[in-house]
Design a protein around this ligand. Structure first.
Ligand SMILES: [Zn+2]
Length: 283
């Protein structure tokens, strides 16, 4: 296993790169130190034709099951322990699903939701993204973890604080015990939205102005990483325990799949990244 610390701003943000056989992932070091195995995947080191050697980890309508399963196998080799990956059918909603045990990790893969929560050992929660914001949460006191897919719709529907509430209801999670990794996503440098989105955020959030950089009439670039960070702070999570990866999926298509960038470039099949977290069952 190779540890890469070439980028100082990454280290300051609480992240580092881990690589093995051309497969590379971003790790939130602070969550790892709290006992949570985690990784935000990249596009390299796989077998999918997107356009080549792509580590596509989901999206069975855009790739073969053989490719995806082989890519997942390679990705999971970045982890030291054995894990059962739990995923779901994401629908840009705000529902969180509880994964009770390893068995239901398999059976719930076709359930529709956008956040997964567990305290079961051996279960690695994974949400897929290609520009949307992946958010992973770990509760150091109870061992509960969550993985959340937050696009603009999910962010508007406050899916992250709603998931935190589910963790509280199910496992007694308190906001002060939570640590959060906010992964690579379409950044405020690139992600332009229209009036529909701007108006919806301004109606819903008093401090929405700071989320936008206005571009042309009726359009602005939106900072969805910050929107989710703000919601966590509002829910009682301390700012020092929220780590945001300073990486934009639309700027860095060498590293990440970007739905918006690649669709605009005429590509038909876009790969999917996975953001994963699970509670390491050892002291
Ligand atoms: Zn960008």
């Amino acid at each position: 296993m190779e540890i890469i610390t070439e980028n100082e701003s990454l280290a300051v943000s609480g992240f580092y790169w881990r690589a093995r056989d051309h497969v590379r992932a971003l790790i939130c070091q602070s969550l790892e130190q709290d006992g949570f195995a985690n990784a935000f995947s990249t596009r390299t080191g796989g077998t999918s034709p997107m356009p080549h050697d792509a580590l596509n980890l989901a999206g069975f309508d855009d790739d073969t099951a053989e490719n995806i399963l082989e890519n997942r196998r390679r990705f999971l080799r970045l982890f030291e322990d054995e894990w059962t990956l739990a995923t779901c059918w994401q629908v840009h909603g705000a529902e969180a699903r509880i994964i009770r045990d390893v068995q239901s990790a398999y059976s719930d893969a076709t359930e529709q939701c956008d956040a997964l929560v567990t305290d079961a050992p051996g279960v690695l929660l994974g949400v897929k993204t290609a520009d949307c914001v992946p958010v992973i949460l770990g509760d150091r006191r109870t061992g509960a973890a969550a993985a959340v897919h937050a696009g603009w719709r999910g962010t508007l529907a406050t899916i992250v604080p709603r998931t935190l509430q589910r963790m509280h209801d199910e496992f007694g999670t308190q906001a002060e015990d939570i640590r959060v990794g906010i992964g690579p996503a379409a950044g405020v440098c690139c992600y332009e939205v229209g009036l529909e989105v701007i108006d919806a955020f301004q109606e819903r959030f008093p401090k929405a102005d700071e989320l936008f950089v206005h571009t042309r009439p009726g359009h602005a670039r939106i900072n969805l990483q910050r929107a989710n960070r703000n919601q966590l702070i509002e829910a009682g999570v301390s700012a020092e325990r929220i780590h945001t990866a300073p990486l934009c999926t639309m700027c860095r298509t060498d590293l990440f799949f970007s739905y918006r960038r690649e669709k605009n470039a005429g590509r038909i099949s876009i790969g999917r990244l996975l953001a994963c977290i699970g509670h390491s069952n050892r002291d």
